[in-house]
Design a protein around this ligand. Structure first.
Ligand code: ATP
Length: 353
């Protein structure tokens, strides 16, 4: 009998529920055995029970085979100290999701600001370490009248794991025709911590003689993202550098509505669009569901590879191909210049599936 996959579902706030509903319909339409478990979290949950990540939700997430999350939080709902709710970040720490996977793929129909030369295509993956780096003292930094201080921490354990993750991904991609190259994005010329990072990256690279390993400084990489984005395959970088570069990557794809992501650890994984809850367009049917749908596709790919289920991997590729076909045909929401609403855009992808 085929395995039932338990999926923890965070419907979220703002446009979250609007993009999650058609994504679940799409998954239900595939020939797999999914059981979806609702996980209250975020602003609605905070108002309801005083917690944006209740213990019961965390338990459900821990027990699940995978976690599908739309977007959480609402700038108007804040903690007593005035900070915004960021349960998705707390979830990364609680489940040790060290590898933030941010694919950047430009296909016809996207509103990329780039003019790509003939014959050049952009398809790379940025791996953002997601549990330490400059986020180490997040919420605990020291602030006095005269100074403010945060601490960047890199551990050997996590740096090694995230680098190994990047090389494993590059090996998988090489088998599918990509370059087989991993680039460490750091600032090793200025900071000792990044020389430490680079040393570990080089050690891990030694275990992958069939792949190319090289380095780039983060400031140069920001430039190269824009002037020769077709040059890259897999990149791995520190948390804050990755935070910034992944939004730049979304910009290359024409905006956040197109950018999927995964946050992966040894035992758990969360799949969610890069964008936030977009309160400015919530409840109006304007939200682009594509980043959410592509994130669900990444979940199928991850589950399929983890459990040796080729049908899941194939369906992940079919979802991506269906999205590409919709984009090329202009079957999109208004942010991409199309005339469809959220439900219509999701239905177009389902029809092509
Ligand atoms: P957060 O801080 O929660 O990441 P943010 O402040 O970066 O959120 P988003 O909620 O991601 O902001 O929205 C940024 C802009 O992009 C808004 O104008 C929003 O309407 C738009 N946007 C975000 N997601 C989508 C989407 N799926 N479809 C269309 N527009 C979107």
């Amino acid at each position: 009998m085929s395995k039932t996959f338990d999926i923890a579902v965070f419907h979220g706030d703002g446009i979250g529920p609007e993009i999650m509903a058609p994504t679940l319909d799409l998954l239900r339409g595939l020939d797999h055995d999914f059981e979806f478990h609702d996980c209250p979290a975020g602003a609605a949950s905070f108002l309801d029970c005083g917690s944006d990540l209740p213990e019961a939700t965390l338990d459900t997430a821990r027990r699940a085979d995978a976690i599908l999350l739309s977007a959480l939080g609402d700038p108007a709902v804040r903690k007593p100290d005035g900070t915004e709710l960021i349960p998705q970040v707390d979830l990364r720490i609680a489940l040790d999701l060290y590898a933030g996977v941010r694919p950047v793929r430009i296909v016809p129909g996207m509103k990329t600001p780039l003019a790509l030369p003939m014959g050049k295509s952009v398809d790379f993956v940025l791996i953002r370490e997601s549990t330490e780096g400059l986020f180490h003292t997040q919420g605990r930094g020291t602030v006095t009248d005269d100074m403010a201080e945060e601490t960047l921490r890199l551990t050997r354990r996590t740096t090694e794991k995230v680098c190994r993750f990047a090389f494993d991904l590059a090996a998988e991609r090489k088998a599918a025709g990509h370059a087989g190259r991993v680039t460490s994005v750091d600032k090793a010329n200025v900071f000792r911590a990044f020389a430490f990072w680079r040393g570990i990256f080089d050690e891990v690279a030694g275990d992958y003689p069939d792949l190319t390993a090289d380095h780039a400084y983060v400031d140069a990489m920001a430039l190269w993202f824009v002037i020769r984005p077709w040059d890259w395959d897999v990149m791995v970088t520190e948390n804050m550098f990755g935070d910034i570069l992944s939004d730049l990557g979304a910009g290359l794809m024409g905006g956040l509505g197109m950018a999927p992501s995964a946050d992966i650890g040894d035992d758990h994984a969360v799949f969610q669009p890069c964008h936030g809850t977009a309160p400015d367009i919530a409840g109006r049917g304007l939200a682009n569901p594509v980043a959410m749908i592509l994130s669900a596709g990444m979940m199928l790919d991850w589950l399929g590879r983890k459990h040796g289920n080729d049908a899941l991997v194939r369906d992940a590729a079919r979802i991506e191909a269906s999205v590409d076909a919709c984009l090329a045909a202009g079957e999109t929401t208004g942010d991409l210049g199309g005339a469809l609403d959220t439900t219509g855009a999701a239905a177009a992808v389902m029809a092509r599936l």
